[in-house]
Design a protein around this ligand. Structure first.
Ligand code: GLY
Length: 363
């Protein structure tokens, strides 16, 4: 029977794991976060559920992202019923636009690849795109439409998952940084913060870009800063998430338009820079010149957790019978959260070892 489970890291992944374990009958779940749950990469994200837009090749990672995307309609529906929070799943789809014949040739290759894999994708000319998005740049020469690449409002998702925890007596301990994890005879026995100790029967490490600092896993996770800016339009003027090869814009239901994102190896330094904002404005205004008449009203940054080979690390930690890791989701933490939660919950009651840095759907 389930005993005390300690989840270290209360971002979207940790919160989703807590919920899934609780739904499967585990009790005494504690989430401990070094700050406030969901306020790091989960908060900074754009909320795109876009395996096809984010990947120009297939493979295991792509399949994982697609599988998790497919879980979202049910996930969103359940969260609404469980918490009353609408996470604003938006299934209008995603456009990927090209500004030159070279970019269009690359998109055509992606079109062939996706079609060859049986994925839904449409090849559009400039007029098609303008019909769908009247405010798109006249310089767009064509693009792709991914009807199954969606978005959610990631901040509402955090709210919903947190509310689930609160309603179901999952303990949340915030502003508490774990700095040591003790092991004995191949098991984790307790985790320690400066002024608090947590005895635990199982532990899940899902502290995003900070996971390596916990010391147990050797997944080589490093932070990659992403800056974002946000415009506000009086009402929603874009129907779709729109990518170019230089970034993306994400229209929200309430008229906000997010634009992202930079990828910077600057350690744990958060914050936005003039250069970052200028690059994002240029990218967004290239997609839709009408944004040039606006000054972004908000900006922020987050640290994506990038693991070796850009593959997330999900499974039991080698050599430890009661310790799991779910980290390194890099650009796709929001997208992969429901599947990651299922994968970790599936592994909780089986006695196999999964090497760090490997994904396995069977162990
Ligand atoms: N998933 C988009 C990004 O990380 O910028």
């Amino acid at each position: 029977m389930a005993g005390e489970t300690l989840i270290i890291g209360g971002g979207v992944v940790g919160l989703a794991i807590a919920r899934e374990l609780h739904k499967r009958g585990h009790s005494d779940i504690t989430i401990v976060d070094k700050g406030i749950c969901g306020q790091e990469a989960s908060w900074a994200a754009g909320g795109m559920l876009g395996p096809q837009a984010e990947s120009d090749h297939g493979g295991e990672f792509f399949d994982l992202c697609s599988e998790s995307r497919d879980l979202y309609p049910q996930f969103a529906k359940e969260l609404l019923a469980e918490t009353g929070v609408d996470v604003e799943l938006d299934t209008n789809g995603t456009l990927y636009v090209a500004f030159s014949s070279i970019e269009m040739a690359k998109l055509k290759s992606r079109f062939e690849l996706h079609r060859g894999r049986g994925l839904t994708v449409e090849l559009l000319d400039a007029a098609d795109i303008r019909r769908r998005e009247p405010f798109i740049s006249p310089d767009v020469v064509g693009g792709l439409f991914f009807p199954n690449d969606w978005q959610i409002e990631n901040r509402k998702l955090i709210l919903a998952l947190r509310k689930y925890a609160e309603l179901n007596r999952i303990e949340i301990v915030e502003n508490c940084e774990i700095d040591k994890i003790e092991t004995k005879d191949g098991t984790v026995t307790r985790a320690m913060a400066a002024d608090r100790e947590f005895e635990c029967e199982s532990v899940v490490l899902c502290a995003g870009a900070w996971t390596n600092k916990l010391g147990l896993a050797t997944a080589g996770i490093v932070p990659v800063r992403g800056q974002m800016i946000c415009y506000r339009t009086a009402k929603r003027v874009y129907e779709h998430v729109i990518y170019s090869s230089r970034g993306y814009i994400v229209p929200r239901r309430d008229g906000r338009v997010l634009a992202g994102s930079t990828s910077e190896f600057v350690g744990y330094s958060k914050g936005v820079t003039d250069a970052g904002i200028a690059t994002l404005r240029e990218m967004a205004e290239e997609i839709s010149p009408s944004l040039a008449s606006q000054t972004p009203y908000d900006s922020w940054s987050g640290l994506r957790p990038k693991a070796t080979e850009e593959m997330p690390v999900i499974g039991r930690i080698e050599g430890l019978s009661n310790a799991f890791i779910a980290a390194g989701h890099y650009r796709n933490g929001i997208l992969l959260a429901p599947l990651t939660a299922n994968m970790i919950a599936d592994r909780f009651d089986i006695d196999t070892t999964v090497m760090p840095n490997r994904i396995s759907a069977t162990n």
